[in-house]
Design a protein around this ligand. Structure first.
Ligand code: NDP
Length: 292
């Protein structure tokens, strides 16, 4: 293996500790404790695990964590009423509705009901617009985490050729916007892209956010490229369950300059960025300096 492993676990631990330091400062100097409310509708087991982890890490960083668990059959009106209540609660600085929502609920409507200033997931249409126009947005946590890893590994990204595979609102599109903001030349690829292999081979920065286990082999990776693997896929191999990314790690690590592992790459950065966004939202609400 030639590639350097980008250690997302270590970077996330450093970010969490910076966040905790800022929280301590907010408490000591200003008597303010940032609060994050997470709303979970239904009993999707993976979502329950994510929500539990978010709550635990929020508390570990010294913040207040509020969990609202609602039954699957919750009506749109009841969910909107809860969001309205959280929007007007001055002790809550971040509001997050865990996705996916049950199919009878309108996800766009629900996400756009969150106060954009408390939208720590960055999915509200106002934040999408702010990000797209290079203004001060709440940035979606997973692509923000990817950008932090890229900056800390590569420094200045200006002029680099970046290829993002995947165009979801949650990962692919905001990732492309962030890379553009850092002066990369960006290509967004998706399921209708022709000759994906040769497009990937152009990339100095290759971000895979597809949701297909080990879809990108090493011979799609340019020598020395930095590979960010966002995918989290559960597969059975040799009679055991494994987590794998969208990139075939073994073959890609023979060619890439650096690569994120799965698990231990992008995943840990996502929750750390959520904590950072919550503190940022709190600081903006109180017109205080934001964490770096
Ligand atoms: P979506 O399913 O919303 O989007 C997948 C994207 O991949 C779509 O744009 C789709 O194209 C594209 N795609 C699908 N098949 C192909 C193909 N054969 N060739 C090229 N492109 C293809 O997924 P998400 O963006 O929500 O998530 C992507 C992955 O990232 C998943 O594995 C998910 O679990 C993981 N994830 C990890 C997070 C973390 O914290 N590490 C957080 C969020 C997601 P089209 O639009 O044409 O359908």
């Amino acid at each position: 293996m030639t590639a350097q492993i980008i250690d997302g676990k270590a970077s996330a631990a450093q970010l969490r500790s910076r966040v905790a330091g800022h929280v301590a400062w907010l408490k000591q100097e200003h008597g303010i404790t940032p609060g994050l409310a997470v709303v979970l509708v239904g009993d999707d087991p993976a979502s329950e695990v994510y929500v539990r982890n978010k709550g635990r890490q929020t508390i570990e960083a010294g913040m207040n964590s509020l969990e609202h668990k609602l039954p699957t059959e919750t009506s749109q009106a009841d969910l909107l009423a809860l969001i309205e209540q959280l929007n007007s609660d001055p002790d809550i600085h971040g509001v997050l509705v865990q996705l996916p929502l049950p199919s009878h609920l309108n996800g766009d409507l629900v996400l756009n009901a969150i106060d954009p200033a408390k939208d720590v997931d960055g999915f509200h249409i106002s934040n999408v617009g702010l990000l797209g126009t290079g203004q001060n947005a709440m940035v979606p946590c997973t692509p923000l985490g990817c950008l932090m890893l890229l900056r800390s590994h590569l420094g200045d990204l200006s002029g680099l050729e970046a290829v993002v595979v995947g165009r979801s609102n949650i990962v692919g599109k905001p990732m492309a916007q962030l890379l553009l903001g850092d002066n990369c030349t960006v290509t967004i690829a998706h399921s209708r892209t022709r000759d994906l292999a040769s497009i990937c081979r152009r990339a100095d920065i290759l971000v895979a956010a597809v949701g297909r286990p080990e879809m990108i082999p090493g011979d799609w990776v340019k020598a020395g490229a930095t590979v960010i693997d966002v995918g989290i896929n559960r597969i059975a191999r040799d009679g055991k369950q494994h987590l794998v990314g969208d990139v075939d790690f073994r073959s890609a690590a023979e060619v890439a300059g650096a690569i994120t592992p799965v698990p231990g790459g992008v995943g840990p950065m996502t929750i750390a960025c959520l904590l950072a966004n919550t503190v940022t939202a709190c600081c903006r609400a109180h017109r205080l300096s934001e964490p770096e």
